[in-house]
Design a protein around this ligand. Structure first.
Ligand code: FES
Length: 136
């Protein structure tokens, strides 16, 4: 997400972590734009999950395009907030624990389909898939 924010025009990066220590990577990657953070232990920014921070800021989110990255429960909650805020564009990158990386172990599966092979499954659920994946 930091790399996407580095390329965006006037980005606002919302980042959530367990503690401020985990957020150091944002600075190390050279991001210097607007930043809203949440930490579960309250060591930096909003105390709680990043979806709580999004909910708190919902009134100021209208007109923003979003790129979300995280596990599906986070994505569902974030998308709901962003739709209610009137976002014209929401994209999601699903985060999964990977083990084999080639579709054998099932660790990354979503309803029986390994995420390494899931473009057809996402289309079946009506998800729009990034053009680079859609072409494969
Ligand atoms: S990581 Fe093994 S099937 Fe996806």
């Amino acid at each position: 997400m930091v790399f996407a924010a580095l390329q965006a025009k006037n980005p606002v990066l919302f980042a959530g972590a367990r503690s401020s220590r985990e957020l150091q990577i944002i600075e190390l990657l050279g991001y210097k734009g607007a930043l809203e953070v949440s930490t579960q232990d309250g060591s930096s920014g909003y105390r709680g999950l990043v979806t709580g921070l999004l909910e708190r800021e919902r009134g100021a989110l209208e007109g923003y395009a979003f790129i979300n990255c995280g596990p599906e429960l986070f994505l569902a909650k974030a998308c709901s907030i962003q739709k209610q805020a009137g976002s014209p564009s929401i994209r999601c990158l699903m985060e999964r624990y990977m083990k084999c990386g080639v579709g054998l172990c099932g660790s990354c599966s979503l309803e029986g389909t390994a995420s390494v092979w899931m473009v057809p499954a996402l289309k079946r659920y009506g998800w729009k898939v990034f053009p680079t994946l859609d072409d494969s």
